[in-house]
Design a protein around this ligand. Sequence first.
Ligand code: ADP
Ligand code: PRP
Ligand code: MG
Length: 217
Amino acid sequence: METNQLILALSKGRIFEDTVPLLAEAGITVTENPETSRKLILPTNDPNVRVIIVRATDVPTYVQHGAADFGVAGKDVLLEHGGEGLYQPIDLEIAKCRMSVAVKAGFDYANAVHPGARLRVATKFIETARQHFASKGVHVDLIKLYGSMELAPLVGLSDAIVDVVSTGSTLRANNLVEVEEIMEISSRLVVNQAALKLKRERLQPILEAFARAANRS
Ligand code: ADP
Ligand code: PRP
Ligand code: MG
């Protein structure tokens, strides 16, 4: 492991955009735009720091295996991954949303979740959904989806969905209602446990800058 070189794993879109100001606090500027570049390894103004662009759900995997030294991932994604091999020092308070249960308007959720009932739930967040309904004693048939969860109750694939909600406009646009909040979600800094030891000198000032910027927001 080259101890001077740092690789940061980010996903395109809201995580990248919300991490740019945190990097600025550490004096780091990404010098290519992931929305327009086809490159997956982006240079920064610091020759020792590079950013890799991966899918949001893959960030923990790259960091766990040390292919990236650190990364930014949502609590939703980290709970599904399990967090193995990851040190999670800072809640960055970015990409805030909540994990919720939603159903089609008019569906009698309260009556459908009495203990002993069986509910069909479509979600990308299988582990979170499993734990949530187990804690309520509700039996669920979980249907794994990779996106557009809001569609599932509309076409009869499921009775309910578990998905992230922010403004609620996606639910409203699809005639769904939020019936239960499971947890608040924000994004965390995740650091490879070996890198934290071997590259502490290089990582520490960046982690401190991220913490300063996160505490101000
Ligand atoms: P994906 O391609 O996996 O959907 P996103 O960029 O949409 O990636 O989501 C990355 C993270 O941002 C999620 O893991 C979640 O923590 C958070 N997030 C998702 N949707 C929203 C939203 N509408 N508003 C705020 N944060 C969100
Ligand atoms: C996310 C999420 C919801 C929506 C919720 O989708 O999967 O569909 O945001 O936000 P709202 O409550 O403000 O409408 P996203 O925008 O990330 O699209 P994608 O993941 O399907 O690409
Ligand atoms: Mg998304």
